[in-house]
Design a protein around this ligand. Structure first.
Ligand code: ATP
Length: 508
């Protein structure tokens, strides 16, 4: 865990108007956050990148925006009322609550870390001749540890399959898992806890009027799939995308915007012919990994993790994990959901949800591959990867947020060297000519050096300085954020120059 870096991200996010604790004047509200003036821009740009890559770039995918409130039967059909539970366990000494499966997965991660250390040692010892596959297959410590991991995974899988909470408890005890806070093994039993928020519709209370805040956006897509298919004249395979809020009463909510009780999801359900799910599952795994890599996120910060504990609706599931400061954790899920949801809705609503396949001349309930990414987690991943403290050649240092250019809250900052002698007016004219294309900052306060630093911390790709020469040669100095290199560019060429560097099309 890189605690220092994580703290730095949280304080930077607040200091520069990205994220504030919600209702801060009342000391905040657990696991709820507000996005500030720069946060909202970054968030909107992530949404735009996702939406465009899904909806605009795929002629067989369309978007919708469904309501947060849904008929309560939706959640009965989807299984959320009965099965959207987390197994929780309390440590009696620290009084802290944990998710039992996460405690076990963290334990497995520790064993994996030991394997990785062994690999590093091997690499050092054998240098050029190192053969990783052979080393893994023959090193006795690695073999033993892999066996250990397999055994834990099998026991956990069986316990979850049988809904055997006592077996989960026993596993935690047998593995000697301690509370990270108190260090003790004094655990309560494992219990199930439903994560949905319940509220009342209208003024009458009682079970019949109870409704839920949606815990995922996916169900809004399922209940609309035939509306979209028919009105959009869609043929299978086709997809429906949606971005929206979801709510979960999370047990552990201690990791900033990683795990919130109110968050946003970007989900796409891809409707396919039954029997083709393996092909499409692999296809979307690849596509989604490509999407992350196009942002310049290095390979070593991303990995796939196939699920052991499958959700109640899935026949295969894999996460794209990102290396957050607190370790590799789920950023996005890719799930093969079979026909589970549509079948359930058909049973409960008594409405036919079948697709008539003109090629096969038959009706069937489509299978579904889902890609589901947390917008806030993506935001955190970008901050974690981009926030850097750099040593400069002159011995000083700078804080820079090296966000992908097209996602940066502002693309350019317009800086008159001084306010007087007509420089501010010239700078304003430039600002006005660029602001129709992208978000720009106009800033005339403080020395130019300080203004550069402020923009580095905000992630602004270009600083445009208007100096005395500008009035004569109609050119400006453009400083690039990452290299800090400076270039003289004609005012007339500015728009094209910036556009050629920040346009989101460059990501596709
Ligand atoms: P986790 O195991 O971390 O609780 P999950 O498997 O329950 O996540 P999904 O139901 O697959 O998550 O939801 C899809 C995506 O929504 C996740 O990959 C994650 O990015 C995001 N997400 C889920 N829960 C939260 C949350 N409480 N706060 C922020 N994002 C979340």
């Amino acid at each position: 865990m890189n605690e220092e870096h994580f703290k730095k991200i949280i304080s930077h996010a607040k200091e520069f108007g990205f994220i504030f604790p919600s209702s801060e004047i009342y000391d905040g509200l657990g696991a709820t956050y507000d996005y500030g003036q720069n946060g909202v821009e970054l968030k909107n740009n992530i949404k735009k990148y996702w939406w465009r890559s899904m909806v605009q770039m795929n002629e067989n995918i369309v978007g919708i925006d469904s309501a947060i409130f849904m008929h309560p039967n939706t959640w009965k059909a989807s299984g959320h009322i009965d099965a959207f539970n987390d197994p929780l366990i309390d440590n009696k000494d620290s009084k802290k609550r944990y998710r039992a499966d996460i405690l076990i997965e963290d334990h497995i991660q520790k064993i994996e870390n030991k394997i990785n250390k062994e690999l590093i040692k091997g690499k050092k010892r054998f240098g050029e001749d190192f053969n990783e596959a052979e080393f893994k297959a023959t090193n006795p410590n690695i073999i033993r540890r892999n066996k250990e991991i397999k055994k834990i995974e099998e026991e956990m899988e069986l316990a979850f399959k049988n809904d055997d909470l006592n077996a989960i408890y026993q596993l935690i005890i047998n593995l000697g898992i301690t509370c990270p806070l108190s260090g003790s093994k004094n655990w309560t039993d494992v219990r199930q806890f439903n994560l949905m928020f319940k509220t009342e519709l209208g003024s009458v209370s009682g079970e019949s009027s109870s409704i839920f805040l949606r815990p995922e956006t996916a169900q809004g897509i399922f209940v609309n799939y035939l509306n979209v298919q028919k009105t959009g004249r869609k043929k299978i395979p086709f997809g429906i995308a949606q971005i929206g809020k979801a709510f979960r009463n999370e047990i552990i909510a201690r990791q900033f915007i990683f795990r919130m009780r109110e968050f946003e999801q970007m989900e796409m359900q891809f409707f396919i012919t039954p029997g083709t799910q393996e092909k499409w599952y692999e296809f979307w795994k690849k596509e989604r990994m490509k999407w992350h890599k196009a942002l310049g996120i290095p390979q070593e910060l991303l990995r796939f993790h196939d699920h052991i504990k499958l959700a109640h609706y899935a026949d295969a599931a894999s996460d794209i994990e990102f290396k957050f400061p607190f370790g590799f954790k789920e950023l996005e899920g890719i799930h093969s959901r079979t026909d589970f949801d549509l079948k359930q809705h058909e049973d409960l609503s008594k409405k036919k949800l079948r697709y008539f396949d003109p090629e096969k001349n038959e009706s069937y309930i489509p299978y579904v591959i889902e890609t589901s990414i947390g917008l806030d987690r993506m935001f955190l991943a970008l901050l974690a990867y981009s926030l850097k403290e750099e040593e400069l050649e002159d011995g000083s240092s700078r804080t820079v947020l090296s966000l992908p250019y097209s996602l940066a809250p502002n693309k350019a900052s317009i800086l008159p060297l001084v306010k007087k002698d007509g420089l501010a007016e010239k700078a304003k004219t430039i600002f006005n000519s660029l602001k129709t294309q992208y978000n720009c900052i106009y800033d005339e306060k403080d020395s130019i050096g300080k203004r550069y630093r402020r923009n580095d911390a905000l992630g602004t790709p270009f600083c445009i300085t208007i100096d005395y020469d500008t009035l004569k040669d109609l050119a400006v100095t453009v400083r690039e954020r990452d290299t800090m290199s400076q270039e003289r560019i004609k005012i007339d060429d500015l728009n094209n120059f910036i556009d050629s560097k920040v346009n989101m099309n460059l990501l596709f």
